[in-house]
Design a protein around this ligand. Structure first.
Ligand SMILES: Nc1ncnc2c1ncn2[C@@H]1O[C@H](COP(=O)(O)OP(=O)(O)OP(=O)(O)O)[C@@H](O)[C@H]1O
Length: 284
């Protein structure tokens, strides 16, 4: 299958610093300082043109890290990412300069993307109209509510007509009318065969909009496949998770943290096991 986004053995590792002095030690000591923490671990994945992939998982499972990796905002620690075409990330305040006004942010973002001054002037009215934030467009972004930031961010991102669009929670902070307007726009993108990644805490929105689901757990893929198949499994898991005692939830989190701190499984998995895991996700 031809892909539009491909991740091959992607790992994103952070150093855990408990205090500021640890950060300093990390900079000056040869080999760094602090325990490793794997936000994403050895992840292999493909999505094709026209795929709308809902990224699901409990808090801290790696959804935003995944989005930032695909959007090329965070570089991976290891592995390769191949994205065909332009990618645009819509997340609350992603890429907005807080000191500049909304209007200035539009100009800056478009200039950075290589648009000429007269083209920017041509694009601006539509962006401002879609954002629909009234006089706030001429106020610094630091005065915006998170809903306004997401409106502006969404409007700019779709105006540049990306091949891959990532919408990270941006619709959950705005009002319903605006969210619906964005969904209409995203449907247009879908029909034109673009690839969309969608992170939302609303399973309803996910089911309505996505054809595939990527379920992340402790920085790895728990399931990837058709939304109709994966979502019922995820919902059953969430139901069970909610019924667990505090102690059981703590054990689940600890187990995951151990894996993410590199104390268990993935690193020690045999190459054969790793190969098997890779193949199973490439099937979709
Ligand atoms: N810059 C960073 N430094 C250290 N750890 C980080 C950093 N960014 C993310 N992490 C850790 O990586 C893990 C995954 O974070 P991420 O934000 O991707 O999860 P998420 O699934 O988007 O969570 P949520 O649903 O709460 O937004 C978390 O445990 C988080 O604490």
């Amino acid at each position: 299958m031809s892909y539009s986004v491909k991740l091959n053995g992607i790992t994103k590792k952070y150093k855990m610093h408990r205090q500021n002095s640890d950060k300093l030690k990390d900079i000056i000591l040869p080999g760094g300082y602090g325990e490793d923490f794997y936000a994403i671990r050895d992840l292999t994945f493909e999505a094709g043109k026209g795929d709308v992939v809902g990224i699901i998982g409990v808090n801290g499972s790696g959804k935003s890290t995944f989005s930032n990796l695909v959007a090329n905002i965070t570089p991976p620690t290891s592995g390769e990412i191949d994205v065909k075409g332009d990618v645009s990330l819509i997340a609350v305040s992603a890429g907005l300069n807080k000191e500049l006004t909304g209007r200035e942010n539009i100009e800056l973002k478009l200039l950075m993307m290589g648009y000429k001054k007269n083209k920017i002037e041509e694009m601006k009215p539509d962006i401002i109209e879609f954002a629909d934030i009234g006089k706030f467009i001429d106020m610094p972004v630091k005065k915006y509510s998170s809903g306004m930031k997401s409106r502006l961010g969404f409007s700019i991102s779709i105006s540049v007509d990306p091949d891959v669009l990532i919408v990270d929670e941006a619709l959950s902070v705005g009002d319903k009318t605006f969210a619906d307007k964005c969904l209409v726009k995203m449907n247009e993108f879908k029909e034109r065969g673009k690839t969309i990644f969608f992170v939302s805490h609303s399973n309803g929105q996910m089911k309505k909009f996505c054809n595939k689901a990527l379920w992340l757990e402790h920085g790895t893929i728990r399931e990837y496949g058709p939304m109709k198949e994966v979502m019922p499994h995820y919902e059953a898991f969430i139901k069970e998770y909610k019924s667990w005692s505090k102690e059981e939830k703590r054990r689940f989190r600890e187990e995951g943290t151990k894996k993410q701190e590199g104390l268990a499984t993935a690193e020690s998995a045999s190459s054969e096991e790793k190969e098997k895991r890779k193949k199973s996700w490439i099937l979709f």
